[in-house]
Structure formats: C-alpha cells, structure tokens
Design a protein around this ligand. Structure first.
Ligand code: FAD
Length: 456
C-alpha cells in the first residue's frame, strides 16, 4: 500500500527521517501542498515564494533522479491530503515536525482522518522537550543554550536515499510554473538569482564554502563588509539541509566553532518561543507593551517608506535595506541596526517592520523573525526592561562597514573611510543621497520617554 510523504519546509532527500520511514513501508507518493488557505496560515512573502520555486524545481529533479516524482497540489492541507490519500489508496502520511501554529492546527485535523506520523530532524533537539529546573519551558536564550548544549551532538545525519520506491501509477500533479511564484515583469529578482542557488545542492555547496572558515566566525560575523557568516539561513529555513548535518560538518574539538554552534541554536530557541506563544508574530510577548505609544502609521508613512527604500540618510541603515531589497538577505548586525532604527528612532511598531522583512527576506521565518524583532523592540518574553538605543553611525564605524556602504549605496561610493559612515557631519552632501530624516539625539530622547511610559 502506498504511503504519502508530506513535504513542507524540509525540501531535501538527505537526513530526512520522514522519507526514510516512508521508503521502508511501501511505494512513496511525495507531495508538496501550496497552502494559502488553512485558517491562520501566514501567506508566504514574495521573496520566499521566489526561493520556493527554485527549491521545488531542484527537489523535483532530485526525486526524478531517484526514480520518484514530486506531486504538486494547491489548497488546504487538511483537505488536499485526505483527497490524495483516497486517490492513491494510502492511509499513512509521513512528515517532519513543524511548529508554526497553523501547521499544528492542520496536523490535528489531518490526524483525525489519516495516520499521520511526525518525525524529528529539522532542529538540533526536538523543540518543547527541554525544561528548566522548575519544569517549565525556557524563556531566556542563555539557559536554554546551556541545556541544549548538554544534549549535543545531535544524532549523526542519516544516509541519503538514492532509490525511492514508486507507486504503480502516479496521481496528477499541477505545474510549478502555473503557481506564478516568481515575478514576471518587472523582474525584481535578478539580484537574488545572482546571489543564491536554492535547493539541496546549493545548500551543501554553501556549507562547504563556509566550513573551513567557521573558526573565524566569532569576529568575522560582525563585520558587514566581509562574508563572515555561513549564509545558510534560507537553506535552513526551507529545510534543504538539516541542522544536524551542519553541526557535524562544523563542530571542532578546539572550541573555536562554539560561537557558530551557539548561533545555530537560536533557531531552536525561536521554536520554543512560538510553542509557548503561538501568536508571537503579531502579539507582544510582554503585555505591558500593548498600550505602547507607537506613532500612528498614517502620520509616520513617509518615514516608514524612507526606511523600506533605504533612504533614511543613515548610510548603514540604507545599505542594509538596499541589500535586503536586492538580494533578499541582510547581514545580521545590520538587521539589528536597521530594526532598532525603525522601532526606536522612528518609533514605528515592530510589527510593521516584521511584516516588511516577512515579505522581502528569502529566509523569512515565523519563529526567527518575530523573536528577533521582539528582542530588538524589547517587547519579547526574553526582554529585560533595560532600554538600549543603538547609535547607527557609531555601530557603522565600530564594525567597519565602509566597504559595505560603498557597495550598497552607490551615491556614497566615492567617499573615504572616515567620512562614509556619516557624511552629513563631515559637511558632505553627496548628490542624490537624502539628508537625515531624523536627528539622532532628538530620536533618542523621544524613544526614551516612550519606553519610560511602559516602565511606569
Ligand atoms: P549565521 O551567522 O551563519 O548563522 C547560522 C544559522 O543560525 C543561520 O542560518 C540561522 O538559521 C541561525 N541563526 C543565526 N542567528 C540567528 C538569530 N539571531 N535568530 C535565529 N536564528 C539565527 N533569521 C532567519 O532565519 N529568518 C528571519 O526571518 C530572521 N529575521 C530577523 C529579523 C531581525 C530584526 C534580526 C535582527 C535577525 C533576524 N534573523 C532571521 C536572524 C539572523 O539575522 C539570520 O539568521 C542571519 O543573519 C542569517 O545569516 P547566516 O545564515 O549567514 O547566519
């Protein structure tokens, strides 16, 4: 009897527990359901859709090479899967665990009519299992990491399957091109296509390119001008590579790769947060912030637009926002600076920034995005009441972002190191580059008084 392999954000054949379990039971029908309809489902953003197209095309090719196929269907997962099961005569569905609230709802509905078997493998350790001394799930990263580290290394990656048993006849599949996941005209994705190779092979190549320099990560990751981080985030988000494979390739006994492994654990941490707070993508982790005096977006519309387009007059912020727009990715340090600028300097609700990132990031991830936005905004469950306002110009100089700025803000390409972080203070007015939309000191004062209302 055929079994269904339900693929979601786990678009790989290597180290895929659900695939291996399915192969052991009978002919396998792999299906990807394009689901914009499950209630509460967050529609994928435009950049994610672009990535998904490439990832599904690559996976379909790999499945074909293994004697299988990828069946594409659209609709609510809890309707599509039972219908497909009837068509092919299957009762059992294998899938990997995911923790977005809409998936957990869909799983409950599917499990009522089919035999749904969920496997681990998308995280270093099954999210939700680790408990603190008092028996409750962790709220703060550092103790979470200490506990997680104790359970490491993760299981060795499972072997890749190169022969997948096929059913005697294949159910119909929709055509990927009909899903219109990629832009037609204007094609805003050419910068993304130059920078990335979606799919499992692209992920493995990226890991190899990074692996030997992982020992330098601790310092290099903070420098926007160098490629000091792994850039695996979209591959990990779409599950084109397993975190366990990454761990085993990177981990070294000498301790120099610890900072990288610790950063990888933030992915796991974000899942424990959304398990505790399923609405973390749109609701403050700390309810005290529900009456926070954010500016009305109608009044702040011009500032919000300047931020999105990379025209704030703060070179590091603008470079980051333009890198995001062009390549679908932004350097982590710059994400923190740009997010802080929106929330603190412009006093715009973090949810608007989260939404923009959701639409423009190729690694947009419900857990990671909301946890990081709420961390920056100070609204998250892990936040302390200490208000920190990043000084964008100081950060830019401290982390040596000059080359990064010259690359992403062509108006500033001719400026020397000492000037490019802060041309305005040096009396430079490069043509085409906007004046600062807000003064740093005034913005800082305004943010401090707004945050003081929460403290009270
Ligand atoms: P590396 O530094 O090489 O890290 C390796 C992997 O660890 C990453 O690929 C990622 O999977 C994970 N990781 C690293 N840092 C974090 C972190 N702070 N939180 C969660 N996971 C992390 N990351 C996303 O994957 N999706 C998002 O939607 C996202 N939104 C963010 C929004 C804001 C405002 C900020 C400040 C950060 C956000 N991040 C997000 C986290 C981080 O910026 C990216 O994961 C990282 O820049 C990806 O680049 P990399 O693969 O080279 O990371």
């Amino acid at each position: 009897e055929p079994v269904i392999l339900w693929l979601r954000r786990d678009l790989r054949l290597g180290d895929q527990a659900a695939l291996l379990a399915a192969c052991a039971e009978g002919p396998v029908v792999p299906v990807y359901v394009m689901d914009d309809e499950t209630p509460g489902h967050r529609r994928m953003g435009a950049a994610s859709r672009w990535w998904l197209h490439g990832s599904l095309a690559s996976l379909a090719g790999d499945l074909r090479a293994s004697g299988s196929r990828l069946v594409l269907r659209r609709g609510r997962a809890d309707e599509v899967l039972p219908a497909l099961a009837r068509e092919v005569g299957a009762r059992r569905v294998h899938a990997l665990h995911h923790y977005e609230p809409w998936w957990r709802n869909a799983e409950r509905a599917i499990a009522r009519v089919l035999d749904l078997v969920l496997h681990d493998g998308n995280y270093l350790h099954p999210p939700g299992l680790l408990k603190s001394g008092s028996g409750s799930p962790y709220r703060i990263f550092t103790p979470f990491w200490r506990a997680l580290r104790e359970t490491m290394p993760p299981p060795e990656p499972m072997a890749r399957t190169d022969k997948i048993p096929a059913p005697s006849s294949w159910p119909a599949s929709e055509h990927l091109d009909d899903w219109s996941l990629r832009p037609s005209s204007p094609d805003w994705a050419t910068g993304m296509a130059q920078a990335w190779q979606p799919g499992e092979q692209g992920a493995l190549d990226r890991l190899e390119a990074f692996a030997d320099s992982a020992g330098d990560y601790d310092v290099a990751r903070n420098l926007p001008s160098v490629e000091g981080s792994s850039r695996l985030s979209p591959h990990l988000h779409f599950g084109e590579i397993s975190p366990s494979l990454v761990w085993h390739r990177i981990a070294r006994r000498d301790g120099r790769t610890e900072p990288y492994l610790r950063e990888l654990a933030w992915r796991d941490y974000a899942q424990t947060v959304i398990l505790q707070h399923p609405r973390h993508g749109s609701a403050n982790g700390r309810a005290q912030f529900d009456d926070f005096p954010w500016r009305d977006l109608r009044e702040a519309a011009g500032d919000f637009e300047a931020w999105k387009r990379g025209r704030t007059g703060y070179p590091i912020v603008d470079a980051g926002m333009r890198q995001l727009w062009t390549t679908g990715w932004m350097h982590n340090r710059v994400r923190m600076i740009a997010a802080s600028f929106l929330v603190k300097h412009l006093l715009i609700d973090w949810r608007h920034g989260e939404q923009w990132f959701w639409d423009t990031l190729i690694d947009a991830d419900y857990g990671n995005n909301s946890v990081n936005w709420q961390w920056v905004a100070g609204t998250g469950i892990d936040s302390s009441m200490f208000v920190r306002i990043m000084a964008p110009l100081g950060q830019s100089a401290k982390f040596d972002a000059a080359d990064y700025i010259r690359r992403w803000v062509p108006e500033l390409a001719g400026l020397p190191d000492g000037v490019v972080h802060d041309p305005e203070s040096h009396g430079f007015r490069p043509s085409g580059y906007p004046a600062r939309i807000i003064d740093h000191r005034a913005a800082r004062e305004r943010a401090l008084s707004a945050y003081a209302t929460v403290r009270a």
